[in-house]
Design a protein. Structure first.
Ligand code: ADP
Ligand code: MG
Length: 260
């Protein structure tokens, strides 16, 4: 009995020393299950390691999720395709397979406010995290501000390396604010260094072409950016109604119908 106890204790200590904490905690229950169900040694060991592997995957997922800083909880399944006939469900389902991430294709969501650009970009980012890809969300304005600060503080190269790192980078809301020359060149550099290496999902309210020249104040840099972005790119143009206005409309209709 004493030997049994001490072997058990030693096993627990080994598991802790190897930092297999989840397996150590799951040991008593896994042992009980093995003896009550008369499991083989192999089955017992597999059950024990399942616990540790599960915990390790969960930790990695949580860490990817924290790193990505997604702005919302949306999944592709939450998107109401009927409400947005401008979006092709087949195209979004295809993007959800993440083949575009594997071959460093970009995705561009173009359309007016409220049509679901951020929601779709975030939902694809979530699939990417679930698949284990390092993913990062930023807005164009935040990227510009970070790069500006980095250049003042002498951290330009580190910051550029940071934006080159994730397998998938989401740059949301390009075009809502005009971009000064410095911001435009930061974005250009981010796009250039990811070119054919890592995907970008970019959302914008400005139509491809003439509009870009105006936002960037410099048609040459705008053209160079578009050239790289569009070379390998899926463009999803959303021209339908605003979902925000739709819920506002429904709310207004309800208020109107409420007897006073
Ligand atoms: P955009 O980025 O194009 O301005 P958002 O993605 O922020 O639009 O969408 C605005 C709001 O409407 C969000 O709360 C979003 O979840 C919701 N929304 C937009 N389109 C849809 C849709 N087709 N189905 C469900 N919710 C939607
Ligand atoms: Mg948005």
């Amino acid at each position: 009995m004493t030997t049994k106890t001490s072997t058990y204790q030693q096993l627990r200590e080994h598991l802790h020393e190897l930092k297999l904490v989840a397996a150590a905690e799951g040991l008593p229950a896994t042992l009980d299950k093995a003896s009550s169900e008369d499991l083989t040694h192999i089955e017992f060991l597999k059950n024990l390691l399942d616990i540790e592997v599960g915990a390790s995957r969960q930790r990695r997922h949580d860490s990817l999720e924290r790193f990505a800083r997604l702005p919302g909880p949306w999944h592709v399944d939450d998107f109401d395709f009927d409400a947005q006939p401008g979006v092709d469900p087949k195209q979004i389902r295809e993007l959800e397979t993440l083949r575009f991430v594997e071959d460093a294709t970009n995705v561009l969501f173009v359309g007016p406010p409220g049509v679901g650009k951020t929601m779709l970009a975030t939902a694809l980012a979530r699939s990417s995290i679930d698949a284990g890809y390092r993913t990062f969300y930023t807005t164009a304005a935040e990227l510009a501000a970070k790069c500006h600060k980095a250049s003042i503080e002498g951290r330009w190269a580190t910051t550029m390396r940071f934006y080159a790192g994730p397998r998938l980078l989401i740059v949301d809301e390009l075009g809502y604010l005009p971009m000064k020359a410095e911001a435009a060149s930061a974005l250009f550099q981010v796009i250039s260094q990811r070119y054919l290496k890592g995907s970008i999902i970019l959302t914008t309210n400005i139509g491809i072409g003439a509009g870009w020249g105006q936002v960037f104040d410099d048609p040459t840099i705008a053209a160079a950016m578009l050239d790289r972005l569009l070379h390998r790119c899926v463009v999803c143009q959303i021209d339908g109604p605003s979902y925000r206005m739709r819920s506002y409309q429904a709310h207004a209709d309800r208020l109107r119908q409420t007897p006073t």
